[in-house]
Every structure is written in C-alpha cells, then in structure tokens.
Design a binder for this molecule. Structure first.
Ligand SMILES: Cc1ncc(COP(=O)(O)O)c(C=O)c1O
Length: 507
C-alpha cells in the first residue's frame, strides 16, 4: 500500500491518509477483508505520529469503509460503488468480517463433530453422550398418529404457550415431586433441551467480564456458552466426592461469581457424585455469600447402585438453587425437551429471554413426552435402561481390566453415562486421537472439559450408546491405540535422552 503525505498541503495529514486509503478501497485496489497496516507500522513508515494514523482510521471507520476488531486489526469492509463496479465486487461477502464477538467466541464445533461420529457406521463411538438406541421406549409413540389427527389433540401441532404446554408443566411438576422437590407448574419452564437452560441462564445473568464458577472438569457446552457470554470462568476442581467445596470457600473470598454451575450427580464428564456433606456445605456457602447455584441434573434418575443423594434443589430451603433437567438422557435424545425449575418471577424472566430465539419448545415433542409420563411407563422404562446401562458399564470395565494398559486408570461411576479415564500426564493426546480414529474408535479428549488446554491426559468414554459387542471391540481397539501411542512416546523419549547423552559426551 503506497501512501504519501505532504506537510505543505493545507489538508491535514490524517485526512490525506484517509482520502488515499478511501480511493484505494473504492477503486478496488484494496479488497474486502484485506487488513490495513497496523497503526504503529504505518506511522513509522510515514514518519508521523501514531495518533494521526488512528484519526485517519477512525474517519474510514465512520465512513463505513473499514472496521477494527481486537486481535484482528483494521480490515476493509465490502461495499458496492456503482453499477459499473458491480462485477469487480461480485465476490460473496467475507462473512467472517461481519461476525459479532459472541459468534467469534462460540466458534467451536466439538459437539457437532461428536454427533457426526455417532452416526458413522465405520466408527465405534464412545464420544457421544446419548442413550442406547436399543433401549428407546418406542411404546411411547404407539397410537400417536391417530391421536394428533383427532380434533381433540390438534393443539399438539399448533402453537403452545411460551412457558410450555400446561399439561406437560403439570406432569413435570409431578416428576419433580417424585425427585423430592415441591414445584408447582408455574415454577416450571419447558425448554428445547436442558442445554437451552444453560444458555438462558447465561443470557439472563451474565454480562461480559462477570465471573461464573464451574466444576473442573465440566460439561463442555457449558464452557462454550459461558465463554460466548464473555464471562470469566473459574474452575473448582472435582475429586471422588464431587466439587472441592473446601477450595470453593477460598475462591468465593477472592471472586464474586454471579453463580455456581454444577452437575452434582453422575457428573459429565467425571461420573462423580457430590456427597451429602459437600452439598450441605455448598448451600451454606451460597447463602452466606449471596451467590445462587445452577444445578444441572440430566442423569440422577440413572442410578445403577448405591444410595440416592438428595438433589441440591431438594436440600435448598431458601430458594438459591435454579434446577435444570432433561428427557434427552432418559427417553429419545432427538425429542428435545428439558425444563427449568425456578421461582415463579424467574420463570417469567427466563421465558422472556427464551422467547427471543425460540417461541416455545416443539409442541409435538411436548405432547409425546406428556402422554408418555401420563401413561406411567417411565418407571418401568428407567428400570430397563438402568439394568442395561449397568451391564454395559461393567462390560466396558471388564474389557479394560482384561490385559490392561498398565498406565491407564478409570473410575466406576454408580450411574450416568460416562467412564472417566486417566493416562500418563505427558501422553501426546492429539496423536492418540488420530491413532484411535485410524482404528475406528472415537472418544472425547479431556481437553474439552477443562480450560486452557489442560486435561489432555484424560478421556471420557460413553458406555450407553454403543452396543455390548461394540464396547468390547471398541475397548480392544482403544487399548491398542493407547499402547502404540505410549510406545511411540517411549521411543521418542529414549531418542531424546540418547541425544542428550551424546551431547553430554561431546561436551
Ligand atoms: C450435564 C449436561 N447438561 C446438559 C446436557 C444437554 O442436555 P439436552 O440434550 O437436554 O440439551 C447434557 C448433555 O450431554 C449434559 O451432559
């Protein structure tokens, strides 16, 4: 980019720069998406003050010819200058230049990739967090076709209230009662999946720069949502008894979070359950520090053994817990229905936030879930899937124990969907993923559940989705991939050590 300034001219220097760049943009010398030189660089090359260039760029911005973004510098925007120029500018818009900060912060495709893997026939997937296809309660759908065409049920295909179908809100309020929580239908907001509830909470409570506490590791979509909201995310470590509430106390002294996000029962990804003592302590701290808790609970109905631990919502006597749950893990993952249970004024507020993107959860899905709950089939279905998932978990563990990879450890969750495995700290996790994929097996690397690139030595294995035989075969393949990766690492290490040895000798 050639720019000249002439101090003898009457036109101020910043305008001379602005005019020259503007003509280059308008005549097509500078194309949409092209970056302008950094202000400091241009100032140095012209021998002028940086503030002069800043002023020139501000003028161009005001003219709508350029835009500047933190981390990206100043880039040329696309525009049309007249009929005769249309051909020159007939390229499609450079969409990335229009993206908002929120879109840039949410630029992650992990979930999409995982769901795609689950649908591939040539891959055994331990990656997806979805229920087993063989356990789908197809009886839930029997008779639905005649029903929805009958005049009495046509509303199942029509708009429904934003808060959810009244009959479903009532059924969910009864379900909450079975979970030990008294919640009236007016305290229930029906969602298009519980992930939407995390998003609604983020929109309702978080401004950029606000602090939110999460468990470390935690559900990766929650990390993505809080990141997109521009929040500062502080991780509180998890051990075998759930969130380290002792560390939370110190952290609460240091930061003032808007809320604490927790998956206390059969946590995703670690499978751990917060014990009663910690739950009580967590609530005490929340009351004392005037911080509320977002309890995300898609898995607590899926207990294979051990005694039930009360929900935080159940233990909370002061209204500090907002509760989220879902039918995705219990019934069909594609029937996207979840719910929030919160005090009525908050349900009203959340409904307003939800309505901006989603008028109401899909009516037919709501009807399917409602009629299934009313049929009384859920308990028997849960007993069936619990029995099946317990068997699958045990098959996975048995297969890991048979001829084990010495360096690998795993837990035995008492319920839920996942086994959480630990490998040596220095395992090259990207290599391992490639080697596993080459053998036709997928999992989620621990890095997805931590911030700042940590967690590469962990892997999350889902045992509910693959069939029993796929679990056996998949774990064999995975162990082979791990062994190969560890051996390659070992070879590299010895080579490095040998080189270092040679260097030592030479010295
Ligand atoms: C902890 C947790 N919360 C929320 C969700 C999302 O559930 P839904 O399918 O209802 O959006 C999941 C799904 O993996 C999850 O593990």
């Amino acid at each position: 980019m050639q720019i000249k300034v002439d101090r003898d001219l009457k036109v101020p220097v910043y305008l001379q720069i602005r005019n020259q760049i503007a003509s280059m943009i308008l005549d097509g010398t500078l194309r949409a998406g092209q970056p302008l030189p950094p202000e400091r660089t241009l100032a140095q090359s012209l021998g002028i003050n940086r503030s002069t260039v800043v002023n020139a760029y501000s003028e161009l911005k005001a003219d709508g010819l350029v835009d500047s973004r933190v981390g990206k510098g100043t880039v040329v925007l696309s525009h049309l200058t007249g009929e005769q120029d249309k051909e020159k500018y007939s390229d499609p818009p450079a969409w990335s230049q229009f993206l908002s900060h929120t879109a840039e912060r949410s630029n992650e495709s992990l979930l999409r990739d995982i769901l795609e893997l689950a649908n591939r026939r040539d891959i055994i997937s331990f990656a997806a967090g979805i229920s087993g296809m063989e356990t789908d309660p197809v009886e839930a759908l029997r008779g639905i076709e005649e029903e929805i065409v009958s005049p009495a049920c046509r509303f199942a295909l029509n708009h429904t209230p934003a808060e959810g179908m009244p009959c479903l809100r009532e059924s969910i309020s009864e379900l909450m009662c079975a979970r030990g929580v008294e919640a009236g239908p007016e305290e229930i907001l029906v969602l298009s999946g519980s992930q939407q509830g995390i998003d609604i909470a983020a929109r309702a409570f978080l401004d950029p720069g606000d602090v939110v506490f999460v468990e470390e590791p935690t559900f990766f979509s929650a990390l993505q949502i809080f990141r997109a909201a521009g929040a500062r995310i502080i991780g509180i470590p998890v051990d075998a008894r759930g969130m380290r509430v002792d560390l939370l106390e110190q952290a609460l002294t240091r930061y003032r979070p808007k809320f604490i996000f927790t998956v206390p029962t059969f946590q995703n990804p670690s499978g751990t359950t917060m014990d009663l003592e910690r739950r009580k302590r967590l609530l005490e701290l929340a009351y004392r520090r005037n911080t509320f808790i977002l309890e995300d609970d898609p898995y607590s109905d899926l207990r294979f053994e051990g005694s039930r631990v009360p929900l935080l919502k159940e233990l909370d006597k002061n209204g500090y817990v907002i509760y989220l749950s879902s039918f995705s893990k219990l019934l069909f993952p594609g029937v996207r229905i979840g719910w929030i249970n919160a005090p009525k004024p908050m349900v009203v507020q959340f409904t307003k936030v939800k309505q901006m993107t989603d008028l109401h959860a899909d009516s037919l899905s709501q009807w399917i879930i409602h009629r299934y709950l009313r049929s009384g089939g859920l308990d028997a279905h849960l007993s069936r899937i619990i029995a099946e998932y317990r068997i699958k978990r045990d098959i996975m563990i048995d297969e890991l124990i048979t001829d084990p990879v010495r360096e690998m450890e795993w837990n035995k969750p008492q319920g839920g969907f996942y086994l959480w495995c630990r490998l040596p700290d220095d395992i090259p996790y990207a290599t391992l993923m490639v080697k596993a994929a080459e053998r036709g097996v997928a999992y989620v690397s621990g890095t997805a559940f931590f911030q700042g690139g940590k967690g590469g030595n962990y892997m999350r294995l889902n045992f509910t989705y693959p069939s029993r035989e796929e679990i056996r075969e998949g774990i064999r393949r995975l162990k082979a991939a791990i062994r190969e990766t560890l051996q390659a690492g070992e070879r590299n290490r010895t080579q490095r050590e040998r080189k270092f040895g040679e260097f030592e000798v030479l010295r």
